[in-house]
Design a protein around this ligand. Structure first.
Ligand SMILES: [Zn+2]
Length: 93
């Protein structure tokens, strides 16, 4: 099995996890530690362990407004910006 999406390999910038919206840097096979672990355990990097995410919608909206997000939660643009911010602060290399 050749796991992982390698299409970003060779890119000069730090490679982030191949999973959409995952803010973590890729460690193995193009995935971050978390998603790689899921692939190893479940054969699916997107395997979701449904345990959290039980907040009522009203509470979610309240929290989103506290951090300046729209009621629908973070957009793809937000997620990308967070990714970039993280790289600015944590220089691993
Ligand atoms: Zn990931």
């Amino acid at each position: 099995m050749s796991g992982g999406n390698q299409y970003r390999a060779g890119h000069p910038e730090p490679v982030s996890c191949a999973v959409d919206f995952c803010p973590d840097p890729a460690k193995q096979s193009g995935w971050c530690h978390k998603h790689y672990g899921r692939w190893r355990r479940h054969g699916d990097p997107l395997h979701e362990v449904q345990r959290r995410q039980r907040l009522p919608e009203r509470e979610l909206i309240r929290l989103r407004r506290m951090v300046g997000l729209g009621d629908e939660g973070p957009t793809a643009v937000d997620m990308r910006r967070w990714k970039r911010d993280e790289y600015d602060e944590t220089e691993e290399i």
